[in-house]
Write a protein of this length. Structure first.
Lengths: 162, 132
């Protein structure tokens, strides 16, 4: 798979449908998150020794996976808002969002020494509330480490004119 | 071993806890502010994933203090207010400590404890009940 990876601080082009330039940049840089541009809405957390949870396990901490999926879930909402704005012939605004709640189920332990990829999909935006699901895995999306379910409140209405 | 010493042992041993610089002060978990923890630079606000990680570590440290080594089964985090770029505090409560599963609630606040910024509920699998 020809996979392009770029650091999250790079201003996003149309190929990378997210709002990383405005959201989560500091933490993404600190944790080394990478944007995967060959997938619709995905980021990778590279394995780093300083992000390990229990040293007896030697795997990325659950909180890292939480942060990764929080980030990709936000990206998924930004992607839908952008598509909606383009379909309506508006400029995509800098619509912010706030996480209302975020549930993370750990399906199995992450493997030691491995990078983790997070993907997300926005299921629906109804009014000001977006419903999103996300999942994390090492290599195979069909073998997930964790699953997320989240609700975001849009802090600027998606239908507002640009 | 006192609870505080035991819980600090987990926070000292976990590299991710040291990365976030989570510590215990007077029985409370503390997350000092650092610029790299920002999720929204416009507000600015702490990243939701950082807040959640802090709450989860507070829960695990609480179980550690009870002599229980645990793994997270699931956590749900409610975000109540934007977490501003200042120190954050958390207190974990064990709602039920079973032989195999524990249920915990954690609340986090900043300057005003009566205005929490986030709350966690979660289930944790008990791996070891160490005899201390």
């Amino acid at each position: 798979m020809a996979e392009e990876i770029r650091p999250p601080e790079e201003p996003m082009s149309d190929a990378a449908p997210n709002e990383l330039a405005y959201r989560g940049t500091a933490l993404s840089l600190a944790m080394g998150f990478e944007t995967l541009t060959d997938q619709r809405c995905a980021m990778r957390a590279p394995f780093r020794d300083n992000l390990v949870g229990d040293p007896a396990d030697g795997a990325l901490a659950g909180g890292v996976i939480f942060a990764l999926l929080d980030q990709t879930c936000g990206m998924a909402v930004g992607l839908v808002m952008r598509e909606r704005a383009e379909a309506e012939g508006r400029m995509p605004g800098f619509g912010g969002m706030a996480t209302l709640d975020f549930r993370l189920d750990h399906i199995r332990p992450p493997r030691p020494g491995c990078a983790v990829t997070g993907e997300a999909e926005c299921l629906r935006i109804a009014g000001d509330v977006a419903v999103v699901r996300g999942w994390a895995y090492e290599d195979d999306p069909a073998d997930p480490i964790a699953a997320a379910q989240a609700a975001f409140m849009l802090t600027s209405a998606p239908s507002a004119p640009a | 071993m006192s609870d505080a010493v035991a819980a600090a042992a987990l926070l000292d041993a976990w590299p991710y806890a040291r990365f976030l610089d989570v510590r215990l002060e007077g029985g409370l978990a503390v997350l000092p502010f650092a610029g790299r923890l920002i999720g929204n630079p416009i507000l600015p606000a702490l990243h939701g994933g950082v807040v959640a990680s802090f709450l989860e570590l507070a829960a695990l440290a609480k179980l550690d203090a009870e002599g229980r080594r645990a793994r997270t089964i699931d956590i749900t985090v409610d975000y109540l207010r934007s977490a501003r770029p200042v120190a954050t505090y958390a207190e974990a409560r064990i709602l039920k400590l079973g032989r195999r599963v524990a249920n915990l609630a954690v609340e986090a606040w900043q300057e005003d404890r009566a205005s929490p910024v986030a709350a966690l509920r979660g289930h944790f699998m008990i791996l070891v009940s160490s005899a201390r």
